[in-house]
Write a protein that binds this ligand. Structure first.
Ligand code: ASP
Ligand code: MG
Length: 426
């Protein structure tokens, strides 16, 4: 009997009525002969509410001991969900049992609020499945080597589900969510955006890291590493739709070599408004300068994304990079306090009102001129490119935030993504 993992997000678990609906859907799969493991999130809004309570008592505190308690508190959201779902499944006439992360156990490291899964012991779950039960496991949480409860970071239930699917070698992991799949771009920005029937794992990883928030990025990394067949689909279809139809809906995240259909050159346009640009001007152009600027930034645990260094004039150059907007002020202060005096650079300036727009597609590997087409499209719209970065399967540009929607729409159209999906080959 094939094992299937279902994951349901907070909206899908948002009320007892929604939970009953989830139970009916799971029961349908179980009756069709699948072994079922279900990984739900906390009811929508619950994690925020719980973390908010903690924050009321200790605003601004960031200590490890505080984070330990945050995980203790946040993990209860999922504990309630699994219990409710197991009861709803029992009410449907199924045998069902729920487990928290520590009961399975899902073993993680000790990085509270952002722990990583290290091992899942599936013996207990397998025994239940063998006895005909549906097993409901909390998303988002685990247990560290000292027995402390940990959580995996916001949105972490996706990663829990994929990790369970990987550990148990599930036939497929289905992520039920409030959108019906992965789109060529955000439909709120481009109404012509299309749902992709399939996307390669590499493209999905780029799309997720570039700001398309359908899945927690770590879950996509996990799926790639352990080759978990993954599907994103809507939890809002009627629960009693035909199972075969449901099983083929949404977006399948595939592995490149499995693909036999002709690939579009560009599969999607991603954008990200979470970054800010920082520039150090008048930097003496000598070996080691990039390290002297970025070393202290890395030491302060600030992630750097796009980086450019200009050609030098009279031995001096400008050096720009982007950081998360939340780190913007801290980065400027750090550079002014330590990097300017240490390097003899002239000035630190910055711009938090930027955005990064990216074209993504594995077809870019084998097609030349894709980036230049992107630059042409932007220039025709009169949009100035401030920074560029590329990888094998994406090209990103940093532009003024106010042109974001214009850029995304123009690129979506220019790369043929507005067009209706081609008919699948017979
Ligand atoms: N409940 C957790 C959160 O809101 C985990 C999840 O929903 O994936 O971040
Ligand atoms: Mg989520």
């Amino acid at each position: 009997m094939a094992l299937i993992v279902h994951k349901y997000g907070g909206t899908s678990m948002g009320s007892t009525e929604r939970i009953r609906f989830v139970a009916k859907r799971v029961a349908k799969w179980h009756r069709a002969g699948y072994q079922m493991v279900v990984v739900p999130s906390a009811m929508s809004g619950e994690t925020n509410r719980l973390l908010g309570l903690a924050r009321e008592l200790a605003p601004g505190v960031e200590t490890a001991s505080f984070n330990r308690e945050l995980d203790m508190i946040a993990a209860t959201g999922e504990q309630v969900s699994v219990g409710l779902l197991a009861i709803a499944l029992q009410a449907e006439g199924l045998e069902a049992v729920s487990y928290t992360g520590w009961q399975v156990p899902v073993q993680t490291d000790s990085a509270f609020t952002k722990a990583r899964i290290q091992r899942i012991d599936d013996a207990r779950v397998r025994a239940d499945l063998g006895a005909g039960k549906v097993v409901v496991i909390t998303g988002f949480q685990g247990i560290d080597p000292e027995g402390h409860i940990t959580t995996l970071g916001r949105g972490g239930s996706d990663t829990s589900a994929v990790a369970v699917a990987a550990a148990m070698k599930a036939a497929e992991c289905l992520i039920y969510t409030d959108v019906d799949g992965v789109y060529t771009t955000d439909p709120r920005v481009v109404p012509e955006a299309r749902r992709l029937a399939a996307i390669s794992f590499e493209e999905m990883l780029e799309m997720a890291s570039l700001g398309s928030k359908v899945l927690q990025i770590r879950s996509v990394e996990f799926a790639g590493k352990y080759r978990v067949p993954l599907r994103v689909l809507s939890s809002f279809t009627p629960w009693d739709i035909d199972l075969a139809e449901e099983a083929a809906s949404g977006t399948l995240i595939t592995f490149e070599e499995d693909e036999n259909m002709e690939q579009a050159v560009v599969s999607g346009i991603a954008f990200n408004r979470d970054e800010a640009k920082v520039t150090v001007t008048g930097v003496p152009d000598r070996p080691g300068i990039a390290f002297q600027i970025l070393g202290p930034v890395a030491d302060a645990n600030i992630d750097v994304d796009v980086i450019i260094q200009n050609v030098s004039h009279d031995g001096r150059t400008d050096f720009s990079f982007t950081v998360h907007r939340n780190d913007y002020v801290r980065t400027i202060e750090l550079l002014e306090a330590s990097v300017l005096p240490a390097t003899g650079a002239e000035q630190v300036t910055g711009d938090p009102k930027i955005c990064k727009v990216s074209i993504v597609g594995i077809g870019m590997r084998s097609h030349v001129g894709v980036a230049s087409k992107m630059f042409r499209v932007l220039s025709e719209e009169g949009i100035n490119i401030q920074m560029i970065s590329t990888s094998e399967i994406k090209t990103s540009v940093v532009i003024d935030e106010k042109y974001m929607e214009l850029a995304v729409r123009a690129l979506h159209k220019a790369f043929g993504l507005d067009a209706p999906a081609p008919m699948p080959a017979a």
